[in-house]
Design a protein around this ligand. Structure first.
Ligand SMILES: [Fe+2]
Length: 256
């Protein structure tokens, strides 16, 4: 296990990073307080810190470099046709509330976290992690996806820049099925000097996984398992939130 101090230090850095880079959204704070989930003495009035602090409670940390020989490289998968053709007004890491809206998205709230690691298991900092996924009606934030009514309260897309721990965090919803696909969340990782890299993660236990052509195209069972993650209930949540963790192991080590 990682020494406690090292982990705490990494967490502190993340919080500092967050405070520097984001602004207050007091209306959202009010909403979250109303929902009764902003109850930690560690929380500052800054909602971005709130979001990141939640991630600290749900994320698991691994020791950089340990068990490197056992790391499974995350398989690259297609970007697909629905990367947003117009970005939302809000591109932060909370996909459940758009800007200062008082109405949250419909869906099973999920705290999605993980780390971006290099091929040796070391965290990668300054990696821009982007996710996009359908709303609870199965609709992407894309002008060509018109098969159902889009939930205007779902952001559909979010971004997070990793700090020194390589960790990322999003608040989103558990993905739903839509015609032709099993439940999945798209990821794009962007780093200086690297081409955009894309993958998808899946919900463990979803029966449709075995009928999904893109999922099944990952032939190696360990690689497939590495993108199939638990969406587990958060025991302390009174509103049925879920937590999911998806570490991404890139196939290279960044230059110093
Ligand atoms: Fe998709």
């Amino acid at each position: 296990m990682a020494p406690v101090n090292r982990t705490c230090h990494a967490r502190s850095l993340v919080l500092i990073h967050q405070r520097i880079n984001y602004t207050n959204h007091n209306k959202k704070d009010s909403k979250l307080i109303e929902q009764g989930i902003m109850n930690s003495p560690l929380l500052s009035p800054n909602r971005r810190s709130f979001l990141r602090t939640l991630s600290l409670g749900t994320a698991l940390f691994t020791v950089p470099g340990a068990f490197a020989e056992e790391l499974i490289r995350t398989p690259k998968q297609t970007e697909g046709p629905f990367y947003p053709d117009h970005l939302p007004l809000d591109t932060d890491n909370d996909l459940v509330i758009v800007n200062d809206s008082l109405n949250p998205a419909v869906g099973e709230i999920t705290h999605l976290s993980g780390r971006i690691l290099d091929s040796r298991g070391e965290p990668i900092r300054n990696a821009l992690v982007e996710i996009w996924q359908v709303d609870n009606n199965g609709v992407y934030l894309h002008s060509k996806d018109t098969h159902a009514t889009r939930d205007k309260n779902f952001q559909g897309f979010g971004r997070f820049m990793t700090g020194s721990s390589g960790e990322y965090y999003f608040r989103t919803i558990k993905p739903v099925l839509y015609p032709g696909r099993t439940r999945h969340i798209h990821y794009a990782i962007k780093m200086k000097g690297q081409e955009k890299w894309t993958t998808q993660c899946y919900v463990k236990g979803e029966p449709q996984n075995e009928k999904d052509g893109i999922y099944k195209s990952i032939k190696d069972s360990k690689a497939r398992d590495s993108v199939t993650i638990d969406f587990a209930p958060v025991s302390s949540s009174r509103i049925g939130e879920l937590a999911a963790k998806f570490d991404i192991v890139m196939g290279f080590t960044p230059e110093a």
